[in-house]
Design a protein around this ligand. Structure first.
Ligand code: ADP
Ligand code: MG
Length: 237
């Protein structure tokens, strides 16, 4: 599903969090929203999800105007930095939860959960509780749980932000692998340029609520459009 963001703005009080953003996220791509803290990345993600309503502009998903549609009708899966798993449920029960509340058959749930655990490389850990997992494993359970209900669009807000560098690197590989298999349109918020460069098909660089540049990692690295973009990618010798 493609996502088309047309001239979207959002202010909180007198603070312009998102300022006339235009962005076309193509179907099946993994796109990173990259920028410093406070630049409006999470707000844009929440606007796409329908957790916020824009002051101006339009959001189209797969061509359909979704600007004022509720969260449930958008077919979107969301993973946050601190994604709370149900502590009293096993990994398998956590992943199954969304399917069960949708009244999927027991047979389907069983098959689908095993498929998802394979996909996030957690086969064999289905009977564990969240407290028996590492932080990286928990985020992979969160991903599996979100993917269980086949979202049209996957939104990730700094999902690996709270983890240490080594685990983050593993999770990047894991997300890339996952994306190649599932190919759901994915929008990924990060303030880590390395993460964006390594993961994304395209990067949108945010600064003060505006998109400064959109392009492939190579485009942006080789041809930064503004001094801000250049500085964000560090000094080039
Ligand atoms: P980022 O994800 O790039 O760090 P955010 O989109 O979270 O940036 O936020 C941009 C700014 O908008 C924040 O610094 C904050 O001051 C403001 N903001 C975000 N959400 C709210 C809100 N619900 N109420 C008031 N201000 C908010
Ligand atoms: Mg944020």
């Amino acid at each position: 599903m493609s996502i088309l963001i047309e001239d979207v703005s959002k202010r909180f009080g007198s603070f312009q969090a998102v300022d006339s953003v235009n962005l076309h996220i193509h179907s099946g791509k993994l796109v990173a929203l990259l920028g410093p803290s406070g630049s409006g990345k999470s707000t844009l993600l929440r606007l796409i999800a329908g957790l916020e309503t824009p002051d101006t502009g339009r959001i189209r998903i797969s061509g359909k105007d979704m600007t004022y549609e509720n969260v449930q009708s958008r077919g979107i899966g969301f993973v946050f930095q601190h994604y709370a798993l149900f502590k009293h449920m096993t990994v398998r029960e956590n992943v199954a939860f969304g399917l069960q509340i949708r009244k999927a058959s027991r047979f389907y749930v069983r098959e689908r959960v095993e498929e998802l655990l394979d996909l996030v490389q957690l086969r064999g850990l289905g009977d564990r509780y969240p407290s028996q997992l590492s932080g990286g494993q928990r985020q992979r359970v969160a991903l599996a749980r979100t993917l269980a209900v086949n979202p049209q669009v996957l939104l990730l807000d700094e999902p690996f932000g709270a983890l240490d560098a080594k685990v983050r690197k593993e999770l990047r590989a894991s997300l890339r692998h996952l994306h190649e298999k599932v190919n759901v349109t994915t929008v990924f918020v990060t303030h880590d340029q390395e993460e964006a460069m390594e993961l994304a098909d395209e990067i949108a660089v945010f600064n003060k609520g505006q998109v400064e540049q959109v392009g492939t990692p190579e485009d942006i690295y080789d041809h930064p459009a503004t001094p801000f973009v250049m500085s964000f990618f560090g000094p080039v010798n």
